[in-house]
Design a protein around this ligand. Structure first.
Ligand SMILES: Nc1ncnc2c1ncn2[C@@H]1O[C@H](COP(=O)(O)OP(=O)(O)OP(=O)(O)O)[C@@H](O)[C@H]1O
Ligand SMILES: [Mg+2]
Length: 498
């Protein structure tokens, strides 16, 4: 029987000060169905890349298994899917039946093989790439977050599919997806990597028990951290209020004060507040290292500017969009002030396309029906894809947001300060998502368009977002496949059917 033995492995990326893994020892059996879990940036993807032999590490990994990684890189997407399959799976024409069998299990019509890969919906792409991974029955699959972009039904299908396989590691932050699939858990905690026998629930029970006993010992420490968090949040609110006063036009007009003067004074006070905030954050970090594996995060807040009118922010009347053979279902809805309206529907039905059309972004779609968006709204758009580039400071400048505000939001999302100045392209998927989210949280807005905000995010961050929306109830159009989010925050659901 095959095993993977990880012996005394240490690794860090060049720019890093501390090791990501130090003297790691793990023994994994080839028959296990492993869930690899841990907060964003802990090294889950890195661990897979080490198994694939793509990174240089100290120590050794002993295994005679063939590893396959999802998601594979598709270099040329503008070719029929069958070419992508042949290329990635090294298949000849006479062996194509193998992919057809896997596709059938994933409930994908074999016709997609003739369709250009770039025109497949994200859910279809996921399933095709997964099918490729399982053609070699003797392989050991390393599956990195398959559920992003999958709708609820797709998640169930992939979950059932994986249940029928064995010998793989799957990374996911989706508990209901993982639970039926896995029989072992590798958890990358703050200071250890631990293997548990059981599924996500069993892991959670054990982890809670451990946390409780650690907390009982360190109750005072937790209180200190919470108190520090509160101080940090107060300061943060204060400096934001000062900043928004500075920007408010009537402030200078009515009082006849020199805006420049107020600006300088506020800037000085703000700088002081920032230094203090920095100190508080360092103190929090320091205390957290004493709480070995327990995760605590502060609540987050949207920079939401609540308006008292108009009543209707967005009105969409009998809207249909068409391009070539793609036609979106007709939708008809209003987004009223302080409503969270969720667009629900399967992969590929056109939710993002509708979003973009309402936002007036250029698209090749022909429109029938009417869209009316109220004038002078500040809109914050969180895109579905993780395509940000450059540094956080550059992004802040483009968006004209105080970089410190973005940093402060990132801290609350559990993002390590050491990464603030790093190029976004070098960050983990979840860290990139957090940057995009922190920008949206930081910019002043009356209306939010959030397209799958929870993709790539770890469990704790998801909860923070749900809590923030519940508390502030901003005016928002929302797309997501996370049932928990939709159920907790929606004032209204618009269901899209084929
Ligand atoms: N090419 C790189 N160069 C420098 N640092 C990197 C690089 N890739 C990843 N990192 C850093 O290494 C750490 C681990 O990244 P990794 O992608 O393995 O995390 P992860 O656990 O998969 O996170 P996520 O849940 O967000 O996908 C992160 O802090 C990340 O910023
Ligand atoms: Mg990852």
């Amino acid at each position: 029987m095959g095993t993977i033995q990880i012996e005394n492995v240490s690794f860090k990326y060049d720019q890093m000060v501390d090791n990501l893994f130090s003297a790691l020892n793990l023994k994994i059996d080839e028959s296990w169905k492993l869930g690899l879990i841990g907060r964003n940036g802990r090294g889950k993807t890195t661990l897979m890349k080490m198994l694939l032999g793509q990174l240089q590490y100290q120590g050794q990994i002993v295994s005679n298994l063939n590893f396959y990684y999802y998601p594979q890189t598709v270099v040329d997407k503008d070719v029929p899917t069958v070419e992508v399959v042949k290329n990635l799976a090294h298949l000849e024409d006479y062996d194509l039946w193998k992919i057809e069998i896997e596709l059938e299990k994933l409930q994908v019509d074999a016709d997609v093989l003739q369709q250009e890969f770039s025109t497949l919906s994200p859910g279809e792409r996921t399933k095709v790439l997964l099918a490729i991974l399982f053609i070699d029955e003797s392989g050991f699959q390393l599956i990195d977050e398959p559920t992003n972009h999958l709708d609820i039904e797709g998640r169930k299908i992939v979950s059932d599919y994986l249940k029928s396989k064995k010998g793989f590691i799957v990374i996911s932050h989706d508990k209901s997806f993982l639970n039926p699939v896995i029989d072992h858990v590798i958890s990358i905690d703050r200071s250890d990597v631990v293997v548990y026998k059981g599924n996500f629930d069993t892991w959670q029970e054990q982890k809670e028990r451990q946390d409780q006993s650690e907390l009982a010992e360190k109750e005072q420490l937790k209180k200190d951290i919470n108190r520090l968090h509160e101080t940090a949040v107060k300061r943060e609110n204060w400096s934001r209020q000062t900043e928004s006063h500075k920007n408010r036009k009537h402030y200078t007009e009515k009082v006849h004060l020199d805006k420049g003067f107020i600006g300088t004074k506020a800037a000085k006070m703000m700088k002081k507040a920032k230094t203090a905030e920095h100190r508080v954050n360092s103190a929090i970090d320091e205390k957290k290292t004493l709480l070995k594996n327990i995760e605590i995060e502060a609540p987050i807040e949207l920079n939401y500017e609540k308006l008292s009118h108009p009543d209707v922010f967005v009105q969409v009347e009998n809207l249909t969009l068409q391009h070539k053979n793609i036609v979106t279902p007709t939708v008809d809805f209003k987004v009223k002030r302080d409503q969270v309206v969720s667009l629900i529907g399967p992969n590929g039905i056109g939710k993002t396309t509708i979003f973009k059309q309402i936002l007036g972004l250029s698209q090749p779609f022909e429109q029938t029906g009417r869209i009316h968006v109220s004038n002078n709204l500040k809109i914050s758009y969180l895109r579905q894809d993780n395509e940000l580039q450059g540094t956080i400071r550059q992004l802040a400048e483009q968006k004209q947001i105080e970089p410190e505000l973005i940093f402060s939001n990132l801290r609350k999302l559990g993002f390590e300060r050491a990464l603030f100045e790093q190029p976004i392209e070098q960050m983990s998927q979840g860290q990139r998502r957090k940057v995009a989210l922190a920008v949206s949280l930081s910019e002043e807005a009356n209306l939010y368009f959030w397209d799958e905000p929870l993709n790539y995010l770890d469990v704790i961050t998801r909860q923070q977002i749900i809590e923030a929306i519940k508390k502030q109830h901003p005016t928002m159009l929302l797309i997501d496949h996370d049932q928990d989010l939709i159920d907790s925050v929606s004032s209204k659901r618009i269901e899209l059917h084929k």
